[in-house]
Design a protein around this ligand. Sequence first.
Ligand SMILES: [Zn+2]
Length: 306
Amino acid sequence: MNGAIGSRRVVALDVGGTAMKGAVLDADNRVVDLYRWPTPRSEGPDAVVAAVLSAVDELLVHADGAVAVGLVVPGLVDDRAGVAVYSENIEWRDVPFRERVVARSGLPVGFGHDVRAGGLAERALGAARGVDDVLFLPIGTGISGAMFVAGCLIENKYGGEIGHTDVGSGEDCACGAHGCLEAVASGAAIAKRYNRVTGGSAAGGREVLDLMVAGDRAAATVWGEAVDALARALATYTSLLAPELIVIGGGLSHAGEALLGPLRSRLHELLVWQQEPHVVVAQLGDNAACLGAGLLARAAIPPTAP
Ligand SMILES: [Zn+2]
């Protein structure tokens, strides 16, 4: 490989609950190669940490001369300290990932939270380019957001947990509270609520949407309640932080206008005097967090001496 090209490359790894997605990115943050590994969650948190480290090793072999590493993980993450504080899903605690990857690779390492990194990528390369006040909200198994206020990303490790705002549903949430948005509007919650009413076996939100489109009334009720809950949480967010733009990502965003159309109208009804945000679908899809890890990698490279 041409060393000059290889020397500007970075590698990026996005660790999820079921899979780890890796990429080799060129100097313009374009994907050169994508890789995927299963996350060995059932083998315990130490096995997942070991798998993350060996995936980084493997990416560096593929990248041939990469100059930095970007790594993003889920859960509670201290971006500045470089520590994965806690993940309910993976069950690790206080893993000093940045330090460990630096020691292993000898390269600068950018480290952060998967959703915040996805937000960075949508703002730099995707649907939120040029907008300063943005909420990036992926809706998947859980719901949390990357919040940009006046162009700054809020990096507080406890921030952005919009999925745990009380939307008044009274539903029990996995977090131990009641009434959380996530317990009504995550893909898993939509399926669970539909199955509870009908005795059905829908596997996810998308399946409930298909049933609704086919005329299933219970599906329409459950979907409508999810949209209403989302709109309520977004109305609260709008009153507090006045985003110009809300970018919906994650698995549920594949529903497109079937989600966004009713969501916009319900939000319009709920907002009285507030500035109404534009609500759009994310552009980078499933690669957002991985591309964000690439941006963090590049930001970790020390400036070259003049
Ligand atoms: Zn909750």
